[in-house]
Design a protein around this ligand. Structure first.
Ligand code: IVH
Length: 681
């Protein structure tokens, strides 16, 4: 860099540093102290200014800038790295007696030395280690097998409670350990969104936290709103830390870590037991999950003296809470009908308080579950809530069983359409075979067909589908492709889901775009029983086109990897149905993809180089990039004279825009791209 540019850049550097400091400070107050010092608008304006400066002057952008919190970098893989200090686990127990034994043994081993314990929460999440050098985060690694873990630094930077730069006084080189947890409210919100988009909800916050840390798209990780709870600090020889665990965590708080305030110095077993008793009940009021209490000897100089067992230190132990269980009256059973006709019995329970919420309903899974548990009318059921958010029926409270209790009279007709139910040999549950005349099945199939992982027609939500169904315009998935503008305008005028001119145009455009969805997703969208996203992919790759699949018999289908007899039978039965064959024909006529696009040889975009930037309406950035490569084109990260097209979505950086204009590179939108990639066939 020459002298002049140094002089010119100094005010910019200063402004960027000022902005970064201020954003860091506001983030800290917001996430650590629950204090909002400026409006969202002002905060966003600062963040935007810094982001734009970083685009304009990438050489001045810091890898620890608070703009990294919103993510954007794509993790191609998570390199495995060796832990500098092995990540030990803790001995754990469900028994208070064993906690008493631990305390007595520790006291005996320390033979008259004065010491205390710390009791703290055992966070129910994913353990990670963060390495800080000179006050800066340099690496974040998951526990893995304790010796080697995954480097998830890019995703960790998006977690607001992980400081990127430390405050005040800190050790020059150390590792901060803690747990990444998914707070309940953020978890619930994410699961609602997943359901709306047709994705399976996560079973519990722990699995979801673990899955989130391994997301390839760090921007998606940022949206997950994870939280880091720090609980441990360690350093190489020669780096001094404080002499007690309690003081180390206090110190960490001052450096900028989120250290939960629920830590107590305890002098004896009575203090420890009181702490356990308190949190066994109070845990349900916390905004995140815990699964026990961790008890540690507080004076770190005693840790060496107590030593280690094979995998865990002798100076600490975890007490794990038992899953909370209650007994409540089974008032009645309702039966739900899913999109494939599967019947799910649901227990309507006398409302009961369990683990922080009132439970009124719980699934009874299927007819087999009811008979195996021998659930009878008027029984009291045992309901449990462990790490899972969803309460589970774990048995019958036999002490309350009435002598004359009669077995459950399972329904034999569909509660929605009255059709006699079918239970195939060897299957645990029943289903309603009236797939074309049973309302929840029809609507459920339509919802599945338009969902994100299927045809991704996101302008067709459940209310709109009901509207189209009620107007007699859509009875099956093929009808979607026969919709005409004049039929749509003015529909449901008195309802929130009403369709006006612009809505109709958007809807028809989204339907048009869906015709490019690859065959494997079309197959998944058809909603054949047992054919999930992965199964559809494997079947599509094996048969290559719908005609080969439609004429295959069960034996041939069972040749496909992971396709068992039950799925093979379901696929054959589906295609044997005349109505289904007609639907497939109409979809084919409408122009949907009915064959695998050959990965080699389809060179529509050969010789062209694309830069993809911004956020798109119908596809993710990755989907567009993969599509370019599938069509033989090249994807590049930066615009140059060799770039053929820039595919621009919303929020494309102004610098890229300027550069493309300057070099005369055509800028096209998502719809132009779809036309380009498919029209040069
Ligand atoms: S201390 C050497 N403290 O529980 C001691 N662990 O097996 C290091 N955990 O996977 C662990 N909350 O991730 C400690 N307050 C806490 C904790 C905690 C949760 C996890 C930890 C580890 C497991 C113990």
């Amino acid at each position: 860099m020459d002298l002049f540019s140094c002089i010119d850049l100094e005010p910019v550097r200063q402004r960027m540093s000022e902005l970064a400091d201020e954003i860091d400070r506001l983030n800290y107050e917001y996430y650590m102290n629950d204090r909002s010092l400026v409006s969202d608008f002002d905060f966003d304006a600062m963040l935007r200014e810094l982001t734009e400066l970083e685009h304009q002057y990438p050489e001045l952008a810091s890898p620890l800038s608070p703009t990294k919190r919103v993510g954007g970098e794509i993790n191609k893989s998570f390199p495995q790295v060796q832990h500098r200090f092995p990540m030990l686990s803790l001995g754990n127990t469900y028994s208070i007696q064993e906690i008493e034994d631990f305390e007595a043994r520790t006291r005996k081993l320390l033979d008259g030395v004065e010491f205390t314990y710390t009791c703290e929460l055992k966070y129910d999440g994913v353990a990670i280690g963060l390495t800080y050098k000179h006050g800066r985060l340099v690496q974040a690694v998951t526990r893995g097998n304790g010796t080697v873990g995954d480097d998830i630094t890019t995703n960790a930077k998006t977690i607001n409670t992980i400081p990127l730069r430390l405050h005040g006084d800190y050790p020059d080189d150390f590792e901060a350990r803690g747990e990444v947890v998914y707070p309940f409210d953020a978890f619930e919100a994410m699961n609602r969104q997943r359901e709306a988009e047709g994705d399976e909800p996560f079973a519990n916050p722990r699995n979801a936290a673990s899955g989130s840390l391994k997301l390839q798209d760090s921007a998606e990780c940022a949206r997950r709103k994870l939280m880091f709870c720090m609980y441990f600090m360690m350093a190489p020889d020669g780096v001094a830390l404080k002499p007690t665990h309690f003081d180390r965590l206090e110190w960490a708080k001052q450096m900028g870590f989120k250290v939960q305030p629920y830590i107590k110095e305890c002098k004896d077993i009575n203090d420890i037991k009181a702490f356990i008793d308190h949190w066994d009940k109070a845990r349900w009021n916390l905004p995140f999950g815990i699964d026990g209490i961790v008890i540690k000897v507080n004076q770190t100089s005693l840790w060496d003296k107590l030593g280690l067992t094979a995998k865990s230190p002798r100076w600490a132990i975890a007490y794990k809470f038992k899953a909370e269980r209650v007994s409540t009256l089974l008032e009645s059973i309702s039966y739900q009908v899913g999109r494939t006709g599967v019947i799910t019995p649901v227990a309507n329970l006398k409302p009961v308080w369990l683990g922080g919420t009132t439970v009124k309903r719980a699934t009874l899974v299927n007819a087999d579950f009811i008979s195996k548990m021998d659930i009878r009318n008027g029984d009291h059921l045992l309901i449990e809530k462990g790490g899972e958010i969803i309460p589970k029926v774990v048995g019958v409270d036999m002490e309350q069983r009435k002598a004359d209790a009669l077995p459950v009279d399972y329904i034999d007709c569909c509660p929605e359409c009255g059709a006699p139910l079918v239970r195939a040999e060897g299957e645990a549950g029943h289903y309603c075979p009236n797939s074309d005349g049973c309302h929840p099945q029809i609507i459920g199939r339509l919802e599945h067909f338009v969902s994100r992982k299927a045809m991704n027609i996101d302008t067709l939500g459940p209310e709109r589908l009901e509207l189209l169904y009620a107007a007699g315009l859509v009875r099956n998935v093929a009808d979607i492709y026969s919709l005409r503008r004049e039929q749509l305008i003015g529909l449901g005028a008195d309802q929130a889901a009403s369709i006006q001119q612009k809505g109709a145009d958007n809807l028809l455009a989204a339907i048009e775009v869906s015709k490019n969805v690859p065959f494997e997703r079309v197959l998944f969208a058809l909603g054949i029983r047992y054919v999930g996203e992965v199964g559809a992919k494997k079947i599509a790759r094996y048969f290559q086109n719908i005609d080969a699949l439609m004429t295959a018999d069960e034996a041939e289908l069972a040749q496909v990897e992971d396709v068992g007899e039950v799925t093979a039978k379901a696929v054959c039965e589906w295609f044997a149905d005349d109505n289904h064959r007609q639907i497939v024909e109409r979809l084919r006529q409408a122009g949907l993809q009915m064959q695998v696009v050959r990965e080699e040889g389809d060179n529509n975009l050969a010789g062209m180089t694309f830069v993809v930037s911004g956020v798109f309406e119908h596809f993710s950035r990755d989907e567009i990039k993969a599509d370019i490569e599938r069509h033989g084109g090249k994807v590049s990260g930066s615009i140059s004279g060799k770039t053929s097209y820039v595919v621009a979505g919303e929020k494309m950086g102004p610098e890229k825009m300027k550069k493309a204009e300057k070099l005369g590179v055509p800028i096209i939108n998502e719809a132009d791209y779809v036309k380009l990639s498919s029209s040069i066939v």
